[in-house]
Design a protein around this ligand. Structure first.
Ligand code: 13P
Length: 251
């Protein structure tokens, strides 16, 4: 049985006071959702104050990115060990904004995934097609390429510890959510890809989240799909009421 994961990606939003207040509002209700795991991913500069708020609550802390090297002359970067030090148990890797704005490659995502797992952090590896790729009928091949590159060389045991997030780029921040059928089709394909790479038992253990314009009013239908195991939420995660409304839809 896969436990739903409801994850908030705060992206580059909020200030310190706003991040603390949002974390407080989420943590206060963290016990109300025994059927789901809750996670918030603030900007890295606010991980520490948010960690202090979440301590003792059921809400987990995650980062939005990290670097794959352990330490050294990598100005501006943050290592997996530093995230562990701050209390992170998850890290989002290969988000489409990092792939398409910062030019992150599958190989970089793979290196970060390996480093996160080695440090004991759960990677949330994001994949997703552009609108032009969907319109050209390339969704399945794009997803297969991203999975093959981003998870290359991972053992079955490591794959089972990894979360995958399917985030169609055309649905991110646009209000244009994938239909439950569109999302489920890709999630089913993703699980089949994992079964082919590893085995059915491994594929059945991996949590696959959907992300892209998830709101309280569309979360129920999405989360009811057999292969959708949670949500990675951007805009709606910035309002505690909306984030918790989505968590309430996870049974
Ligand atoms: P929105 O929920 O704002 O569409 O963002 C989704 C996302 O990118 C989460 O990582």
């Amino acid at each position: 049985m896969r436990r739903p994961l409801i994850a908030g990606n705060w992206k580059m939003n909020l200030d310190r006071a706003g991040a603390v207040a949002l974390a407080q509002a989420v943590a206060a209700k963290g016990n109300d959702f025994p059927a789901a795991d809750l996670l918030v991913c603030p900007p890295s500069i606010y991980l520490d104050p948010v960690a202090a708020v979440l301590r003792g609550s059921k809400v987990a802390l995650g980062a939005q990115n990290m670097y794959h090297e352990g330490n050294g002359a990598f100005t501006g970067e943050i290592s997996a060990a530093m995230l562990v030090d701050l209390g992170c148990s998850y890290v989002i890797l290969g988000h489409s904004e990092r792939r398409h704005i910062m030019g992150e490659t599958d190989e970089q995502v793979r290196a970060k995934t390996v480093a996160a797992l080695a440090a004991g952090i759960t990677p949330i590896v994001c994949v997703g097609e552009l609108l032009s790729e969907r319109q050209a009928g390339q969704t399945a091949s794009v997803i297969a390429r991203q999975v093959a590159g981003s998870l290359a060389g991972l053992s079955a045991a490591d794959c089972e510890k990894t979360v995958i997030a399917y985030e169609p780029v055309w649905a991110i921040g646009t209000g244009q959510v994938a239909t439950p059928e569109q999302a489920e089709e890709v999630h089913r394909d993703l699980r089949r890809l994992l079964a082919d790479r590893y085995n059915t038992a491994t594929a059945e253990k991996v949590r696959i989240l959907y992300g892209g314009s998830v709101k309280p009013n569309n979360a129920g239908e999405l989360l009811q799909q057999p292969d959708i195991d949670g949500a990675l939420i951007g805009g709606a995660s910035l309002k505690a009421e909306d984030f918790l409304g989505i968590a309430a839809a996870a049974k």
